[in-house]
Design a protein around this ligand. Sequence first.
Ligand SMILES: [Zn+2]
Ligand SMILES: [Zn+2]
Length: 282
Amino acid sequence: MAPNINSEELIGYWGRPTSTVDWCEKNYEFSIYVAEMSNTISNLMMILPPLWGIREIIKYKLDKIFILCQILLLTVGLGSTAFHMTLLYEMQLFDELPMVWGTCVSVYILKNLSSEEPKQIRNNGQNTLRKLVLASTLFFFAVSFTTIYLWWPQPFFQHTSFAVLLFVSFYLQYKITRNSQCSLCQKFLKFTIFFFVFGFSLWIIDKAACSQLTSLRARIPVYFNPVTQLHSWWHIFAGYASYLQILLCIHSWYDLEISSSKKTLRFENGFSLRPTVSKKRR
Ligand SMILES: [Zn+2]
Ligand SMILES: [Zn+2]
């Protein structure tokens, strides 16, 4: 697939870009080893929070399933880093495929959490069958997407598939927060949607107003350059929104499974869910 770049672009260590998309950030401007510096570094927002999250889950003995959620977010962060660093088609797939596979896994977890019945009822045979059907459907979706996308590598197709899964996950999160009536989970959902929508608007502006942004960058001091990289801001907002989604899953799991206990999970420092013992029952 011919890369969408102009002939004046610098060619760095990774050679000519082979990815089907190239972003507004000028290639190899600051280092021959990093194609897009800001778009690469900003992925730390999808790497450091999940690493912190894994540490917290282990430390506070929260359910191990959420380590998988953090690993999926971490994989997207590493894939996106590799993609923006090299602009190679293989690395683009390493970014884009985990986005779809990871969101399928989140939809699976959210769908199970959105069940209103208590734990005992949810673990009966009928539910095992329902879980199996759900897992097979999502697996079929992910495999079909991967097959079609490898054969027809249109970014529009990947963006649409991801957006559909994201909307499904928002709907399920809405159902979960409505069932649990947990004000913290409702807050997580509001911020998740706001950050995704706001970040996505910046993503769109970065594409649509690239020439204006490029001429702006030529007129301002070079250290302001990262602030004007709107795709990097998308990474930051989407990264944090994804992390909040995981916190919502953990908290609602806790709301559902241990609602009779006196323990609560308190939200601290914007990244942690710490168990505390409170006098008042939820
Ligand atoms: Zn990106
Ligand atoms: Zn909650």
